[in-house]
Design a protein around this ligand. Sequence first.
Ligand code: PMP
Length: 453
Amino acid sequence: PPRTAGVAEDRLAAFLADETARFERENPRSKEALQRGAQSYLGGVPMHWMKDWPSPFPLVAAEAQGARLTDLDGHRLDDFCLGDTGSMFGHSPAPVARAIRRQARQGLTYMLPTEATFEAGQLLNRTFGDFRWQVALTATDANRFALRVARAVTGRRKVLVFNGCYHGTVDDTMVMLENGRTRARPGLVGMVADLASKAVAVEFNDVAGVEAALATGEIAAILTEPVMTNSCMVLPEAGFHDALRTLSRRYGAVLILDETHTLSSGLGGYGRVHSLSPDILVVGKCVAGGTPTAVWGLTPDLGARFAAYNATRPAGHSGMGTTLSANPMQFACLCATLSEVMTPEAYAHMERGAKRLAKGLAAAIARVGAPWHVVRVGARVEFICAPGPLRNGTEAAAAHQPRLEGAVHLGLLNRGSLIAPFHNMMLVSPMTRTRQIDRLIAAFDAILTDLFA
Ligand code: PMP
């Protein structure tokens, strides 16, 4: 009989039917709230990604605390999605909640710096290294602005990204490799520009491909995650990051490291843990404890080059910044997160828990003999429904099994564990308990028993 990643199609169909029926049966209040209130939203949800959860309809959340989320039907879910990394340090960390309460009485946005602004700057340098920072609301914006600086200082046009990458909804990065050529991704809505004139896609771990692209002299920047976390989870091969650094210097391209997800690696992110030296560092999502903030920083050297460029720039819009960016609430939350939440002790707990989780999932996979594997980057764990390791975005795309993965996600949700949609990602926060991890492992094991029966 036909199989998907080792699972017989008829088993998968039966499992999906059972789990879908169970979800419908057990979530009447979520369903009713959506039926009552969804009409005022385009497509029924306030942000269309919410339709992409692998359940017949999205859960409606009631509240969340620590690593637990409660839905309208009163299920207390172990949350390993954590807002897809926005809440990697747990929901409403106490120091952040206190900072919000304090700032809430003192004004929410003024387009002026505060004393906390300067405290946050010191903390950013202490945490991430010596950079000259700017503050944005989203990692998408931070990447967009970083790319502008890179183009400005190099006078070049193109960004080099890796096939299968994701850096937010930055148009220029929305390209893919097809038969060795760069083209726009087919699903883009309302796209007019020819993205291949602004970007080049190369396979991750392909040093020769990177060098060939750089040798055209058109590349302003290499924009990469330290680990490809948005394409299953593809680890850099030994020497890959060193090669990116050496080649980007040789060919005069700016090296931008997007640590938005790999902040899971340890204090200061993957680059700090592994001694990388980017020209621009980008961190978003959880950097201010779950409130909308991203930071991007230039090395002092690049900062000086940008200042020189700025001195010659005609007056007028720069194309960077947004009105609410760098507001006082962001600095209150940044200070609280960097000083009291993102601690060595927190990371030690995350690392320990994630190790336990990865080991438990791998054991379940081995027990049923599934041709799957598990990858971990610090607190971030992913199961992949194919043998590993994967080397690049093309291999990751081939490994992706949306229907099977959706079935596992739904099965986990029905058993009390929420994991991230779009990938098979699980995060262990400083507030995640061992028993939550063990429940997730047991649920995963039970699901595999069922699928591989
Ligand atoms: N960079 C990376 C590596 C990401 O994974 C994401 C979002 N998944 C972003 C940037 C964009 O973040 P945001 O959607 O908050 O702008």
